[in-house]
Ligand binder design. Structure first.
Ligand code: SF4
Length: 560
């Protein structure tokens, strides 16, 4: 098949905060380099008309971004020092009042003080979708080519050197055959590719596996985060309040927490994070979020609200121990894709941005030298190791392992480590290995409680899928591949009760009766998918693989 080829100088895959910060920083470095040569302050050749590309699978930059989020502005201060003076910066509010509470099923105990690691006073509350859209505009103003609506389908190789990315074909029918409007993907040939696909990036996994980049690191492990935006009565949203909770509706063996923030105008958001290593085979983050909203402490704050937006996304929480080797010949990994996230502070955007900027410095060096081999790109790893990324992340390196047995002992261990240092790295296994079989698991008393859905505040899963704005061209092959659906109908049904029908926050997986055989069989409603990657991570048999669907498909998050 004939494919268009496009050479470029630097290729960023994924328009998240890491890659957008990286692309902007790279253009700044090139501009300063050219100016220094023009002024006679530096020898060498200018880099004329650099072809710097950012690929984004969403229909527009920001549409697939979802986060809390209270931003630590440290990296933003470095990248755009005058951001506070700009009138286009998309800050929802600045944090003015914070609460931290421990919830039991019917009461709340609020902490008398906020630990320094969670203190957000004065920091900006953002919608990550809007924030990335803003960074994308700045990148384009600087000359970056932002190609939204293009998936990175595969890496291009020359031996073991990554030499670019093939974008996804468009117009393939359900049967795998090209339709009339078929457009083959193009080959973006590039000496240096920076992968910032977010958590569980499929190209990142291929690079890591092919170049064995995780030989010396712990497995990457994850939360699933689910989030809703609510509209409240006019004038009722307190300016700059932030709430974090622990405890209910998670049981004492399940790692996670919740958040609620005020947003611009009359909006507020609420979200719940739960470890994908949860023992409960019927763990359902969307159900847990509705239970949380029924709690009197939350209902008092948000109970008059109407849900207007919903989304879900995996979050990398392994921390420093899970960071793999960050470079290979021709490629680097940044942000969530590299597990760059601080689970202790529940923050990663600033770290992602900084990692993108440090990768940009290595990419710039490669452009100047005309050499993007691992020997040159190694400087990125060295820069991360000696930067404030390490200082920020290392104290929380055992956070996840501390909570393996019980919430209270996890809190105590984490407090001790915070005071005296993290100690040696504790080991952990992949998330799916911790799921208990149905017969061996005793759920929390409230875990299977029915929700009295009301269509405004308490929302069933399919209505929330509508609120996510997700859509997919139905006439395409399913982008979720189950290797063997016979396992779903037999072993998985018996052992775990088909956990994917619960852990998927978009009700993609459904066991339905086959009229001919009378038995329950798996049906995959892939058009509901919100691209959270939970199935790829948590499936106990590891037989589900998430692949990008046709470019531009998926959620429309904008506010999230
Ligand atoms: Fe998430 Fe998988 Fe469900 Fe899609 S199918 S929403 S990736 S769990």
């Amino acid at each position: 098949m004939e494919r268009d080829e496009m050479p470029c100088d630097a290729l960023f895959v994924g328009a998240g905060p890491a890659n957008l910060a990286g692309a902007i920083h790279l253009m700044n470095l090139i501009e300063a380099h050219n100016a220094a040569i023009a002024a006679g302050d530096k020898t060498g050749d200018p880099i004329d008309e650099p072809m710097v590309v950012v690929l984004e699978k969403g229909s527009a930059v920001g549409q697939h971004q979802l986060s809390g989020a209270v931003l630590d502005p440290r990296a933003l201060d470095e990248l755009i020092p005058d951001w506070r003076e700009r009138d286009d910066v998309p800050v929802e509010r600045f944090v003015q009042r914070e609460e931290l509470a421990f919830l039991t099923p019917d009461s709340a105990v609020t902490a008398p003080w906020i630990p320094p690691e969670l203190d957000n006073h004065g920091k900006p509350i953002i919608s990550l979708g809007r924030f990335c859209a803003w960074l994308g505009e700045i990148a384009e103003e600087k000359g970056v080519n932002v190609f939204a609506g293009f998936t990175g389908h595969d890496l291009l190789w020359d031996g073991d050197t990554c030499v670019g990315v093939r974008t996804g074909d468009k117009g393939i029918g359900k049967d795998g055959e090209p339709k009339d409007q078929f457009e083959p993907g193009m080959d973006l040939q590039c000496p240096v590719t920076i992968l910032g696909e977010g958590p569980r990036g499929h190209l990142t996994r291929r690079l890591i596996q092919r170049r064995n980049l995780d030989a010396d690191s712990e497995p990457m492990i994850y939360y699933i985060g689910v989030k809703e935006v609510l509209e409240l009565p006019e004038g009722s949203v307190e300016d700059g309040w932030v709430v974090h909770t622990l405890g209910y509706p998670l049981d004492e063996r399940t790692f996670g927490g919740t958040f609620a923030y005020s947003m611009e105008g009359d909006k507020a958001c609420i979200g719940l994070l739960v470890g994908l290593n949860a023992a409960d085979p019927q763990m359902d983050a969307h159900h847990l979020l509705q239970l949380l909203k029924m709690h009197p402490y939350i209902r008092e704050k948000l109970g008059d609200g109407k849900v207007v937006k919903y989304g879900a996304k995996a979050v990398t929480i392994g921390g420093w121990g899970s960071v793999p080797q960050l470079y290979a010949d021709g490629a680097m990994i940044v942000g969530d894709s590299a597990s760059i996230f601080n689970p202790l502070r529940i923050k990663g955007i600033h770290l992602s941005m900084k990692s993108g900027m440090l990768a940009a410095e290595a990419a710039f060096e490669a452009m100047v030298r005309g050499d993007a081999s691992a020997d040159v790109l190694r400087q990125y790893q060295e820069a991360v190791d000696s930067s404030w990324i390490r200082e920020d992340m290392q104290p929380g390196q055992n956070m996840h392992a501390n909570f393996k047995k019980h919430t209270i002992s996890g809190l105590v261990q984490t407090a001790v480590q915070y005071a005296f240092g993290p100690g040696p790295l504790k080991r952990f296994d992949q998330d799916h290995t911790y799921m208990e079989q149905s017969a061996a698991h005793t759920p929390a008393p409230w875990a299977r409680q029915e929700i009295p859905y009301d269509g405004t505040y308490l929302i069933d899963k399919l209505t929330d899928v509508y609120n996510s704005g997700t859509q997919h061209e139905e006439q395409q092959p399913a982008h979720l591949k189950i290797i063997d659906t016979e396992i779903c109908a037999t072993t998985c049904l018996e052992e775990f009760g088909n956990p994917c029908t619960k852990f998927c926050p978009a009700q993609v997986y459904n066991m339905r009766e086959n009229e001919a055989s009378g038995r329950l069989e798996m049906e995959v409603d892939f058009a509901n998918c919100v691209h959270c990657k939970t199935c790829d991570i948590r499936d106990p048999y590891q037989i589900i693989t998430w692949m990008p669907p046709e470019a531009g498909d998926g959620p429309e998050y904008d506010l999230m």
